[in-house]
Write a protein of this length. Structure first.
Length: 318
């Protein structure tokens, strides 16, 4: 009897080792996707249907023979794969990208405003850096090119007169792999002249660009960088507590890239997609989306208008 029980135990372990399990995540954001439908097929005939688990890995039935499977959810492209190609992460791609997610206004009268405008998270405000250590990626969701003529951002109350500049880079879109997407900056498109934030200035900052930026189908990366601080016209060095800080807001996107300091060495990492990492960690460890206040990004907007789609440059010279 003991031998029979032991054999049963071994058989159960054997079956578990061959069971197939997975989670479904968004291919563009690494976000956990709930309520995904799946079908199992044998010789192109459906033999089983189910809904993916919302609080753990989905484990496929051991008593059903199948050679392929499909996944479907509203607003996502249906994915079909062979059983041999099933991995622990099933990546689903959105059918269409909602303009509401990346365009605030879009009318002939008001023009185009790209970005997000959500609630600010004060504790997440971040000091301006003297290097390209963080920024936002902007994409053109329209068929026409866009002429960008203004940058809008938000700051905490400025304690010392601040000199800064805004930089625009080409951005090459790398795929997210295991939640990691590094910033692949291309050519520097344009740098503003030295700009100034005055003492006690706060809130909304609007910068009219001297040079119009043409945003085609190549995304651009926008970074706001400090040059230095002045007191009574004399350059000074200040600590982080008194530095000029840009406001961060709740974000529904994964277009914010940052360098992070190593806790032990202090060395800065490569610039990577911070919100995609957070989404991935929550998906793979907790099988859920992070709380909405967990994902934040610098509060930066671009304003402009649609122009002739035949213009295929990333910038125009005056």
């Amino acid at each position: 009897m003991k031998i029979n029980n032991f054999l049963i135990f071994i058989l159960l372990l054997s079956n578990l080792s061959f069971s197939q399990s997975f989670i479904t995540i968004d291919n563009d954001t690494s976000e956990f996707i709930e309520d995904v439908n799946f079908n199992l097929y044998q010789n192109k005939t459906k033999v089983f249907s189910g809904i993916c688990c919302n609080d753990n890995k989905t484990v496929l039935p051991l008593n059903v023979a199948f050679d392929s499977l499909s996944f479907s959810k509203v607003n996502y492209k249906t994915l079909g794969i062979a059983t041999s190609d099933l991995k622990e992460l099933v990546l689903l791609t959105k059918e269409v990208f909602s303009l509401d997610e990346i365009v605030i206004t879009s009318t002939k009268k008001e023009g185009i405003t790209l970005g997000e405008k959500n609630r600010f998270i004060k504790r997440r405000s971040n000091g301006l850096s003297s290097e390209t250590d963080n920024g936002i990626v902007f994409k053109n969701p329209f068929e026409n090119n866009l002429e960008i003529n203004k940058v809008v951002f938000y700051v905490e109350k400025v304690k010392y007169k601040t000199l800064y500049r805004i930089k625009f880079y080409e951005f090459k879109q790398d795929l997210i792999e295991n939640g990691i997407q590094f910033a692949d900056l291309g050519d520097l498109i344009y740098t503003t002249d030295t700009l100034t934030l005055e003492t006690r200035q706060k809130g909304k900052i609007e910068v009219q660009l001297a040079q119009k930026i043409i945003l085609s189908k190549t995304p651009i990366f926008v970074s706001i960088e400090k040059i230095g601080f002045l007191e009574n016209g004399i350059p000074i060095v200040i600590d982080f507590e008194n530095t000029t800080k840009i406001k961060y807001q709740i974000s529904n996107l994964t277009n914010s890239f940052e360098r992070r300091a190593n806790l032990y060495t202090g060395e800065l990492s490569e610039m990577y997609n911070i919100n995609a990492v957070i989404n991935y960690d929550f998906a793979t460890q907790f099988f859920q989306k992070p709380h909405k206040s967990t994902l934040v990004a610098p509060a930066i907007l671009l304003e402009g208008k649609k122009v002739d789609s035949k213009v295929d440059l990333n910038y125009l010279k005056n």
